[in-house]
Design a protein around this ligand. Structure first.
Ligand SMILES: [Zn+2]
Length: 281
């Protein structure tokens, strides 16, 4: 009862007549949809037909995933996430607008990075130092655009993004547009997952394929585009722009001058002021 497993075994999310563990984390329609985005289609027949025990064995012994991520880690993270989302929905804390796919991919990515950090920390040759992380000006002839996204749990269907274009002097140019005659652009972001998806491209069956194709198509109209990753401390202006987007409506807004809220951050970036971050070297 405490977990919402009542003596009435119907699924409150889809109305299915019998909610056992496999229904909750695999067969309920939204869970199934998530798995179909994560598991290679050639494995769907065995993935969706096994009983609980052999299903678990299958997932710890084979690489079933579409993405270039460790499958047992992806599988375990997805099961845990689905169970948590199921409980949140039953107890009324659910957020129907969360994109489960991206949330899981981010969680797995963070988990794998943490594991790598722990291993690196344990090797004798690695040391941890505090180093200054800051925004760096692009080379002459280049424009740097920092981008970031944000989402807010309190506002339903509320996701936002923002960005800032600056030249080699660190001076504000504007927002995302080709009207400035850009020919060489660095797109810098603090999401390694997004950077890798855009930079390496994806197969046609990937759930983000249309989006990535759209990005590449737009990039092809610019002379040269480079995608770079920067730690969050070096991306503070874009972070602030994303937060600012909550105060606007749902359309894309172009700013011809820097919003007052981010002027101080812009000045600090231009002066090369950074923040300390503990990094493995
Ligand atoms: Zn269901």
């Amino acid at each position: 009862m405490r977990r919402g497993m009542t003596n009435v075994m119907t699924c409150s999310r889809c109305g299915g007549t019998y909610e056992d563990v496999l229904h909750a984390i695999r067969d309920c329609p939204r869970a199934r949809n998530l798995w179909m985005r994560l598991v290679r289609s050639s494995h769907w027949p065995e993935f969706f037909s096994r009983d609980l025990k052999t299903w678990l064995q299958l997932n710890v012994s084979k690489q079933l995933g579409r993405l270039d991520q460790d499958w047992p880690s992806t599988f375990a993270t997805t099961c845990w996430s689905l169970w948590r989302w199921r409980n949140e929905a039953i107890f009324g804390n659910g957020d129907d607008h969360t994109d489960w796919f991206f949330t899981v991919v981010h969680r797995v990515r963070n988990y794998c990075e943490d594991v790598k950090l722990v291993h690196a920390h344990q090797t004798k040759n690695s040391t941890r130092i505090n180093k200054v992380v800051k925004w760096d000006k692009p080379d002459y002839g280049w424009v740097k655009i920092n981008v970031d996204g944000a989402c807010c749990k309190d506002q339903a269907s509320s996701a936002a993004c923002g960005g800032m274009a600056r030249n080699a002097h660190g001076l504000f140019i504007g927002a995302f547009t080709l009207h400035y005659g850009l020919c060489k652009v660095v797109l810098e972001m603090d999401s390694l997952t997004a950077r890798e998806l855009v930079r390496s491209g994806v197969v046609d069956s990937h759930p983000c394929a249309a989006l990535i194709r759209g990005i590449h198509s737009r990039c092809s109209t610019v002379g040269e585009v480079s995608f770079k990753h920067v730690y969050r401390e070096g991306n503070r202006v874009a972070d602030a722009m994303a937060a600012l987007a909550y105060t606007s409506d749902f359309s894309l807004v172009f700013h011809q001058s820097p919003p007052g809220e981010i002027v101080t951050l812009l000045d600090e970036d231009a002066m090369g002021i950074g923040s300390l971050r503990s990094c493995v070297v």
